[in-house]
Design a protein around this ligand. Structure first.
Ligand code: HPA
Length: 274
């Protein structure tokens, strides 16, 4: 498996290096409803996922499916417009394939974003939350199976899943911009169902602040390869202790779109500071 994976990664990377000659320093992954961030990038080259050897192809509404190379705040970046989720039926190894490709293209910092449900009663829809740690809740670890030693160690350290220096910078950016930013723990579930009331309560009792269907596997693959990760959740719906709240994918997308300008500011200035 290890050798086959390396060969696939090499083929994807050589294809992309033919399409784009630069050296991106940061990778950006845009979550549900946050794709308009790509307008911030001075685009130099776009490559459709379906054209990249071995790349998975996204299926969910709100994800367009291309890799965008360009500059942001004067730094070279590569952004994924559209990501891959377990609930779409992909293998964990496919979900993290693009993260590995980005690292092999030169990326040392990965910025992740997502839409998430809030279980911390102090949060409200539209808030941003810096992810300081995560709990993987019954989702398969993407590093299960034979380790590919060329990528990273068998037993990766996870003492700093989200980079402390980047978190500190993001807090300063939000403070200077004059908006409130939360910080907390993300629980990853597979989806595609949103949680039942009992599940939200349990996630709250676990000590988490938000729950979502992405990010953790990408984080693990990035940390495996020594990439620094920063991640942010947009709170798109709230669990309430006193009444039952219905949720739809459309509401999630709309709340994410509304909060996108704040996220854009953080990502723009963080990349500028690299
Ligand atoms: N649960 C899981 N994933 C989510 C949610 C949620 O409430 N909101 C957005 N993504």
């Amino acid at each position: 498996m290890g050798k086959k994976l390396l060969k696939k990664l090499d083929e994807a990377v050589s294809y992309l290096q033919k399409q784009y000659k630069g050296n991106p320093v940061a990778g950006i992954v845009l979550g549900s409803g946050l794709g308009s961030f790509t307008a911030e990038i001075n685009v130099l080259k776009e490559v459709r996922y379906e054209d990249i050897p071995h790349f998975p192809v996204s299926t969910v509404a709100g994800h367009s499916g291309k890799l965008i190379f360009g500059t942001l705040s004067g730094k070279e970046v590569v952004a994924m417009a559209g990501r891959f989720h377990l609930y779409e039926g992909y293998e964990p190894e496919d979900i993290v394939f693009p993260v590995r490709v980005m690292k092999m293209l030169g990326v040392q910092t990965l910025l992740l974003s997502n839409a998430a449900g809030g279980v911390n009663p102090a949060f409200k829809v539209g808030d941003l939350m810096i992810i300081k740690d995560h709990i993987s809740f019954y989702i398969p670890n993407p590093l299960m199976g034979k380790n590919t030693d060329e990528l990273g160690p068998r037993f990766p350290d996870m003492s700093q899943p989200y980079n402390h220096a980047l978190i500190a910078k993001a807090k300063t950016i939000a403070a200077n911009a004059g908006f409130d930013i939360k910080e907390g723990v993300y629980v990853a579930v597979t989806g595609p169902t949103f949680e039942t009331p009992a599940e939200y309560r349990m996630i709250h009792n676990l000590g988490a602040d938000v729950v979502g269907m992405s990010t953790v596997q990408e984080n693990i693959a990035a940390r495996h390869m020594g990439v620094d990760v920063f991640a942010i959740s947009v709170i798109t719906d709230m669990w309430h202790t006193d009444h039952v709240q219905t949720i739809s994918h459309e509401e999630v997308l709309e709340a994410a779109r509304n909060a996108e300008p704040k996220l854009a500011r953080i990502f723009r200035e963080l990349v500028g500071s690299l």
